[in-house]
Design a protein around this ligand. Structure first.
Ligand SMILES: [Zn+2]
Length: 573
């Protein structure tokens, strides 16, 4: 990056600078009904215009400090301070001389013997904002038009394309630019060769964005915290976050940030009320003003996009988990609170949602209800002191999020969701039992099954608002919220798999993981079983039979009994 800047500067001195005096193009400035022509030039696809002349055309006062290579421009109640060969613009309040903002251009301000030159496409948005006027920059003419509107708007149009990502050599020919016949051609002057070529029309402001490592951020409020996504252009390393009184400070070494873009981030207003981005030498520092208290933070990198995910966790959720973990280690007194005294059985689907349909038309909702009621009866009979709560006991439609709410309200200590599997094509030979825990799906098959079981939400009102998409981001927060239960869920799933494996009636395909909405809502150890395949003739028959359902209920019960023993023992340890 540094090397590139140096090269650019050298190139400018060698090639572009002499051109400024010899062969300057110009830019029209239309303001208050008058059109004036000011010196301008194009270098590497970027349009530069003389700041001194621009200021004169707009009646801005300027002050040049030749010793420090700085220029100051007074615009309305602010002053902009720019330095030669420097991408930063310091914005000061004119009245009290206080720096209100440091604006970063994607490229440096240039200076010839006589004038400072601004890269117009990236300068115009800032100018529009501080001057509170609408500016339209047409780079193909080039022309800058100033209008007064109630809402100042900055628009940049016209085709200019950087000739190359790297400084071009003096010997570069016009053919190095690939003309694109499909788009409107615009003239680009290659500053180093002086040649003109055809280039595709591109909004230079959009192109310029990639000049920063961190381009923008998005804030997303979730049930158990707030997630901030930092959009990154390169792999970022060594990042650190620190929660302070009322703020969250994130430092990212060796990264440039689009300060202006981040400044305009709409915050969620609920947890985050402001964002400040700073470029401290080679490092980026972001400060988030917090409205609520978070107890922990975590930064991870989205392996898919390279973006940084900043997770802020709410007090309540973490407190609950810590309490749970501490309590599970405590002695008799408070142990009763975590005693396995309530098991929630969740027969999948119901009512207008039939679930999977078998080869002969058997409905999943009826089979799973049969297994669930039989399992519940066994627990009630054989495990005194353990209450059984069903999310449904008859053919009723229960929304997925309601199921978790029922379980939480009952203060369940284990949540078992019962389902049946199916393949898309029926009949098919796929067979066997599967037990799932809530984790990002590992295989396409697991993801497909979870998608099918989750698809029921489409029968619910406002489902898009009620269920956040189960993507990588959600899992970071979910895993945090459920971290206390994960090992219990895993153990319960293992025991179920072992029981079914020992059966001669149905084979177990093992413990799987996928993102099931129904498990997201339950704040307790949880598993989801796919009892068998309704798309398999033999298994459909087995699952529809009283014998088959009782057999499964017995296997599940034995696993739960084993789990309960281990669980109670873990509370004593
Ligand atoms: Zn199902």
């Amino acid at each position: 990056m540094r090397q590139r800047r140096l090269l650019l500067t050298l190139l400018f001195l060698l090639c572009a600078a002499p051109r400024l005096t010899a062969d300057v193009t110009s830019m029209s400035v239309v303001y208050k009904g008058k059109t004036v022509s000011i010196p301008a030039f194009q270098h590497k696809g970027v349009l530069y215009a003389s700041l001194d002349e621009l200021a004169a055309a707009m009646s801005f006062k300027t002050y040049v400090n030749n010793a420090s290579h700085k220029i100051e421009v007074r615009i309305a109640d602010t002053r902009l301070k720019m330095t030669d060969n420097n991408p930063f613009i310091v914005v000061l309040s004119h009245k009290d001389n206080v720096t209100t903002e440091v604006f970063q251009l994607p490229i440096e301000v240039m200076r010839s013997d006589v004038a400072f030159y601004m890269p117009m496409a990236s300068f115009v948005p800032l100018l529009s904002r501080v001057w509170k006027k609408s500016l339209l920059l047409d780079q193909s003419t080039p022309r800058l038009t100033v209008t007064t509107t109630s809402q100042p708007v900055a628009r940049v149009t016209g085709g200019l394309v950087p000739t190359s990502g790297q400084p071009s050599s003096a010997g570069e020919t016009a053919s190095a630019n690939q003309p694109d016949a499909s788009s409107v051609p615009a003239t680009v002057t290659n500053a180093s060769t002086g040649s003109e070529t055809l280039a595709p029309t591109t909004d230079i402001a959009v192109e310029a964005k990639s000049a920063y490592d961190i381009t923008r951020l998005t804030v997303d409020t979730r049930k158990n915290g707030t997630l901030i996504r930092l959009h990154a252009q390169k792999p970022l390393k060594g990042f650190e976050g620190e929660l302070k009184e009322g703020s969250y400070v994130v430092t990212i070494p060796n990264a440039t940030v689009d300060i202006n873009e981040l400044r305009q981030t709409p915050t969620d207003g609920i947890s985050i009320t402001g964002v400040t981005a700073e470029q401290l030498g080679p490092n980026t520092r972001l400060t988030f003003t917090l409205k609520e208290t978070f107890t922990s933070e975590k930064i991870s990198r989205d392996v898919r996009t390279g973006d940084l995910l900043l997770s802020l966790f709410r007090k309540v959720e973490v407190a609950k988990i810590l309490k749970n973990e501490q309590s599970s280690k405590q002695q008799d007194g408070s142990r009763s609170k975590w005693k396995l005294d309530c098991i929630v059985i969740d027969p999948g689907h119901g009512g207008r949602d039939p679930g999977a349909i078998g080869v002969t038309g058997v409905k999943e909702k009826n089979i799973v209800l049969g297994v669930a009621l039989k399992l519940g009866k066994l627990i009630e009979r054989k495990m005194p002191g353990v209450k059984v709560v069903y999310t449904r006991k008859d053919d009723t439609f229960i929304p997925l999020d309601k199921r978790g709410q029922i379980a939480n309200a009952a203060e369940g200590k284990l949540f078992i969701s019962i389902h049946c599997n199916s393949t898309e094509k029926k009949p098919s030979s796929a067979r066997g039992f599967e037990v799932y825990i809530l984790r990002p799906g590992r295989t396409e098959e697991a993801i497909r099954i979870a998608e099918f079981e989750n698809s029921v939400i489409k029968l619910e009102k406002d489902y898009e608002k009620r269920y956040a998409k189960l993507d990588n981001e959600s899992f970071i927060l979910i895993n945090m919220a459920q971290s206390a239960y994960v090992r219990y869920s895993e153990r319960c799933a293992e025991l179920m798999h072992e029981q079914v494996k020992g059966s001669n009636q149905i084979r177990s395909r093992g413990v799987m993981q996928a993102g099931f909405y129904v498990l997201v809502g339950a704040s307790m150890p949880s598993v989801l079983v796919e009892s068998g395949f309704l798309s398999n003739r033999k298994e459909e028959q087995f699952l529809s039979s009283r014998f088959g359902q009782q057999h499964l209920a017995n296997l599940f019960y034995t696993a739960i009994e084993d789990y309960a023993k281990e669980y109670q023992k873990s509370l004593k340890d």
